[in-house]
Design a protein around this ligand. Structure first.
Ligand SMILES: NC(=O)C1=CN([C@@H]2O[C@H](COP(=O)(O)OP(=O)(O)OC[C@H]3O[C@@H](n4cnc5c(N)ncnc54)[C@H](OP(=O)(O)O)[C@@H]3O)[C@@H](O)[C@H]2O)C=CC1
Ligand SMILES: O=C(O)C1=N[C@H](C(=O)O)C[C@H](O)C1
Length: 242
């Protein structure tokens, strides 16, 4: 029997992509298409919820899914480690609950983030430059926040990265001590560059999204993994075994 999926943010770019992907493929049915103004009671009866809405709305969607015991995949940005923490505690307390936070569904992005995490302990200077389409309303991107948090965790025993003059606005927003510089502009879908500097050298880890097609395998992987008892997952890398 097909897995029934409730899509929150269904009228948006990602919601439309997910709708088309599930409708065209096998194994999943669309249970409900939920947009602004629609009741979250439409989640009732779904096997899984996928949220691709806006950062302000996403926490309420997660709560509504967990209240109903329905596994949820969260693709919406804005989920810092601090915001995930109470959800993690709730999921840890109930073995039936499942919440997957996937800041970026693309394989290349998951790999690039992992590469940055691996390199982080070896360089004292690390900064992130991310660019997105002009329609993106939040910054830094969810991917940049997650990447910076993982860099910070990888350097936990070494201390913060060297970010001189970080009090100046043009030095970016610090996330887990990593300066993040966000551009919102025409001509770009999504791009992230992690620049690492050490004695006499720099390393640049660049990921570019050229089309939304790159998200499709990750969306299906996450939906397939979102079953009761999976628990908390953060990042596609965990599902890929990276
Ligand atoms: N994890 C990943 O790989 C990716 C994540 N994203 C993230 O996904 C999110 C959505 O991106 P995108 O599709 O480009 O954005 P869009 O602006 O195209 O879509 C946002 C959707 O959320 C809806 N929405 C707004 N308020 C509510 C509400 N109260 N209840 C239900 N739905 C609501 C909007 O409805 P309305 O049209 O009425 O405003 C719209 O359908 C962003 O946070 C983005 O960063 C994006 C790409 C990839
Ligand atoms: O809004 C987008 O487009 C994207 N949002 C996500 C983010 O905030 O990281 C993922 C990807 O970068 C595209």
């Amino acid at each position: 029997m097909a897995t029934s999926v409730a899509i929150v943010g269904s009228t948006g770019r990602m919601g439309g992509l997910i709708d088309r992907l599930l409708t065209a493929g096998e194994g999943f049915d669309v249970h409900a298409r939920i947009g602004r103004g629609d009741s979250l009671d439409q989640l009732d009866g779904a096997d899984v919820v996928i949220d691709v809405s806006v950062p302000a709305v996403s926490p309420g969607v997660v709560e509504a899914a967990l209240d109903r015991g329905i596994p949820i995949v969260v693709g919406t940005s804005g989920w810092t480690a601090d915001r995930i923490a109470p959800v993690a505690a709730r999921v840890a307390a109930d073995p039936e609950l499942t919440a997957l936070f996937i800041p970026n569904f693309s394989l290349g992005s998951a790999l690039a983030t992992r590469f940055a995490e691996l390199a982080a302990p070896h360089f004292e200077s690390i900064e992130i430059i991310e660019a997105h389409h002009a329609g993106k309303t939040d910054s830094p991107s969810g991917t940049a926040i997650r990447t910076a948090e993982l860099i910070g965790a990888a350097r936990a025993e070494l201390g913060p990265v060297a970010a001189p003059h970080a009090d100046q606005r043009a030095r970016g927003q610090q996330v887990a001590s990593v300066p993040v510089h966000s551009m919102r502009m025409s001509g770009v879908s999504a791009r992230q560059e992690v620049v690492l500097g050490g004695a006499g050298e720099t390393v640049r880890i660049v990921h570019e999204t050229l089309s939304d097609e790159s998200y499709e395998p990750g969306i299906l992987l996450a939906l397939g993994a979102a079953t009761p008892g999976t628990g908390l997952v953060v990042g596609l890398g965990a599902l890929l075994g990276l």
